[in-house]
Ligand binder design. Structure first.
Ligand SMILES: [Zn+2]
Length: 326
């Protein structure tokens, strides 16, 4: 059995994946040519054309320009469904059985789009996919930290209105340096009281303190990335003791410059060794050209063995917000 094949058969639960990050360059060009009033892609953001088109960027700034331009093309149910169907095809090819997708409610609202006009269509499609044999897909409403508490609150209001539409969690991404986690404490308290699972991006390119703040102030069960926690042995012990799950995305870290192989082993390995629960995610697979099986292949290369993969998959099944295993 090849390394990739054996890895693919082990990880089947994807918990850190942005729906908008599944927008391929080919799909974006097709949407742009059909849309009115959308400017051309930023210079050099796309190479090739047609089905051969690829995103091109070489640092975090140019990546964010690609991502920002691409997501401006997602303005209605039809465009979201196209991206969703593209993603489902690649998840099936990859052997993924369950996924919880971040949907950028904050970004939608910024573009003048009400998530209530998008989610029912996605939920109907997710049900059809279930009926066709899967993967089983649920959604997490994602707010953007730097756009402030009031906006994050409106994202939660929309999420609560849409709980029947496969919304199982509330999360926040964006600029970790912008506003302190404690500002969002009341919003997370409301989300928890309503039965939503809680996640927050923290410790991606920042500090262990940023991870600590979302665990202590927001009481999240899962942290998006969280790799900066490796800097603080005391925090690692606390994360392990409390069973907090870090959603680690090695290829994403490489492509955005959060981690480089020149810096030594990826933090996922010391995190596992410290007994912290980790799951693995592809983050923005169309932009980073990765998949869950490719992330698994990396882990295998770095020495994660059968037992390690079993543990990651089991932790993912226990940490998922939709029907978690006990
Ligand atoms: Zn992410």
């Amino acid at each position: 059995m090849s390394a990739e094949k054996s890895s693919q058969s082990r990880l089947r639960t994807e918990l850190h994946l942005h729906l908008e990050g599944a927008l391929t360059a080919a799909r974006a060009l097709a949407l742009a040519s059909a849309a009115k009033g959308v400017p051309s892609p930023p210079a050099g953001a796309v190479t090739g054309g047609g089905s051969e088109a690829r995103w091109a960027y070489d640092d975090l700034g140019s990546f964010l320009r690609c991502f920002g331009w691409g997501t401006r093309l997602l303005v209605d149910e039809a465009s979201y469904l196209l991206v969703f169907d593209d993603l489902v095809r690649s998840l099936r090819d990859d052997g993924v059985e369950r996924a919880e997708l971040f949907v950028a409610f904050g970004q939608m609202r910024r573009a003048g789009v009400d998530p209530r006009s998008i989610l029912p269509g996605l939920a109907r499609r997710a049900q059809e996919i279930d009926d066709e044999g899967g993967p089983t897909i649920h959604f997490i409403a994602d707010a953007t930290r730097q756009w402030g508490v009031r906006e994050a609150e409106r994202v939660l209001d929309a999420a609560l209105d849409l709980q029947e539409q496969r919304i199982v969690g509330y999360s926040m991404g964006g600029d970790e340096w912008s506003l302190a986690a404690r500002e969002f404490r009341e919003i997370y308290r409301r989300a928890r009281a309503a039965g939503l699972g809680l996640s927050c991006h923290a410790g991606e390119g920042t500090t262990a303190e940023s991870v600590r703040s979302v665990v202590e102030e927001l009481r999240v069960q899962r942290v998006g990335h969280g790799v900066a926690a490796v800097e603080d042995p005391q925090l690692l012990r606390e994360l392990a003791d409390e069973g907090i799950v870090l959603e680690v995305c090695p290829t994403s870290n490489r492509r955005t410059g959060v981690w480089s192989p020149d810096a030594g082993v990826h933090p996922v390995i010391p995190l596992i060794e410290a007994g912290v629960r980790v799951v693995v995610g592809s983050d923005d697979p169309a932009f980073f050209e990765c998949s869950l099986s490719r992330e698994a292949a990396l882990l295998e290369e770095w020495g994660v063995d059968d037992e390690g993969f079993d543990r990651i998959e089991r932790d993912a099944c226990r940490a998922r917000f939709a029907n978690p295993l006990p």
